[in-house]
Design a protein around this ligand. Structure first.
Ligand SMILES: [Zn+2]
Length: 449
């Protein structure tokens, strides 16, 4: 037996909606409404609210894209006994109500959860425009929905859990897509901010090629455009990674990282502009995806813990005695000086980012060029940058660190100039610290977005 009470309230809610439609017809306007097709009672809960609000945004954008203009200020948005509901008049336009109805049908048909959505259209007289098509039952997909409903073919509880689980999946997949594009955009902004920061010691900036001969600002623009195309893939891979052993994440990250390297070399005519950055930022984007996937928001401590878990043993495995011939600068520097470089920084959970770079940005709030340079110096003063050791040796690194430290403590154009001049004189480029500055800017923007 169906409970009587909810039915009476449901009828009352439907009557209220009909009156609203008549009010709009009274203004001689057609209307469009959105509501959800929820079996049983109650018709709304936390999942339906979330799903409805996503669908509503999507519908509004879809109608706008199809040149159906809504009178938003006269819209009604409410939750009643019949569930989540939106109703809006359509502004006068050179389009018939049948054409509007066709647009709404296309929206339902193209939507991944379109069978749970009803987009209704009424004409200027308040008459509902029917599609004339019988919808199939969303559960069995064999009989028309009306037939299954009238004959009580499916248990209400089963239908409800089916609908809610699909809606939850849909909300989660939308959240994944939105998170990925937001993080990719912030990461790209961080990379471009670092490249554009001018002047920089020994590094390529907007006006100088620093201590380099084979790359300039444009090379970095090309390289960044190539690698940034993979940023969303990294976030989404992290979002979906549900392996219990975080160590299993590295091959997944490396796989995308190798594609980025391939595209970087193709875009730069085989110049290595951002290999170190691909490692640090790739790891960061993937791990952020994991944090958002598990917690729905960014938590710096969870992020650092995951980075440590993912990279546990990476220095021992990749820099240890396993390899006969060292391949990268980092590997060579480790052999000669025992410096762990970017891998060591990652394995320790980015202490240079969190303890040196971020406090500077946090203290100043706004990210002006001066603040960014100070954040860079704060990292550079502590970082055993393998790029510098490779080109200049340990003594040059120590002098560079001391000059950076001085310039940070007494931040004057003269002291900063000394760091720049020293890099040019020794033909060194602190690329490792520049990469860590990118990660610092990225994390800072996550904490304040
Ligand atoms: Zn059915």
């Amino acid at each position: 037996m169906k409970p009587i009470e909810p039915l009476a309230v449901l009828l009352e809610a439907k009557e209220g909606r009909a009156q609203l439609r008549q009010q709009i017809a009274g203004m001689n306007r057609p209307s469009v409404s959105l509501n959800l097709n929820i079996p049983g009672f109650p018709k709304s809960n936390e999942i339906t609210h979330k799903f409805f609000s996503i669908c509503l945004d999507e519908l509004k954008m879809f109608l706008k894209a199809n040149l159906v203009t809504l009178a938003d200020k006269d819209a009604h948005c409410r939750v009643d006994a019949a569930g989540d509901f939106f109703l809006v008049p359509v502004k006068a336009m050179p389009m018939s109500v049948r054409e509007i109805k066709a647009v709404c049908e296309t929206f339902e048909e193209k939507h991944a959860c379109g069978r749970f959505i009803d987009v209704d259209v009424t004409d200027e007289n308040g008459n509902m425009i029917s599609s004339g098509k019988a919808k199939l039952c969303f559960y069995c997909r064999q009989k028309p929905a009306d037939v299954c409903r009238h004959e009580g073919m499916h248990k209400t509880d089963e239908l409800r859990s089916f609908v809610f689980s699909r809606m939850e999946d849909y909300c989660r997949s939308r959240f994944e897509i939105e998170t990925a594009s937001k993080l990719a955009s912030l990461a790209l902004r961080a990379v471009l901010t670092e490249i554009s920061l001018t002047p920089k010691p020994g590094l390529v900036d907007a006006v100088s090629i620093g201590s380099h001969t084979d790359m300039n600002y444009r090379t970095f623009i090309r390289s960044t455009s190539a690698i940034s195309a993979h940023f969303t893939d990294l976030v989404r891979a992290g979002f979906r990674f549900n392996g219990k052993q975080a160590g299993k994440a590295l091959p997944v990250i490396r796989n995308i990282g190798l594609q980025m390297e391939r595209d970087m070399f193709a875009a730069t005519n085989q110049v290595n502009t951002q290999k170190g950055l691909i490692f640090l930022l790739g790891l960061s984007l993937f791990t952020c995806g994991m944090v958002y996937g598990r917690h729905g928001a960014f938590h710096p401590e969870v992020f650092r813990e995951l980075i440590r878990d993912i990279c546990r043993g990476i220095t021992r495995r990749e820099l240890g005695t396993c390899k006969d011939t060292p391949e990268t600068h980092g590997e060579k520097v480790f052999r000669e000086h025992g410096i762990l470089g970017a891998r060591g920084e990652a394995e320790a959970g980015f202490p240079l980012v969190f303890d040196c770079g971020l406090p500077v940005l946090k203290a100043h709030g706004e990210m002006t060029d001066e603040v960014l340079i100070q954040a860079f110096l704060s990292v550079a003063a502590q970082n055993n940058d393998t790029n510098i050791i490779h080109r200049g040796g340990m003594e040059v690194l120590n002098t560079f660190k001391r000059l950076s430290f001085n310039a940070l403590n007494d931040f004057t154009p003269e002291n900063y100039r000394k760091v720049i001049d020293y890099c040019l004189k020794e033909n060194i480029s602190p690329g490792g610290s520049a990469d860590l500055l990118v990660v610092t800017i990225f994390i800072h923007s996550l904490l304040h977005s």
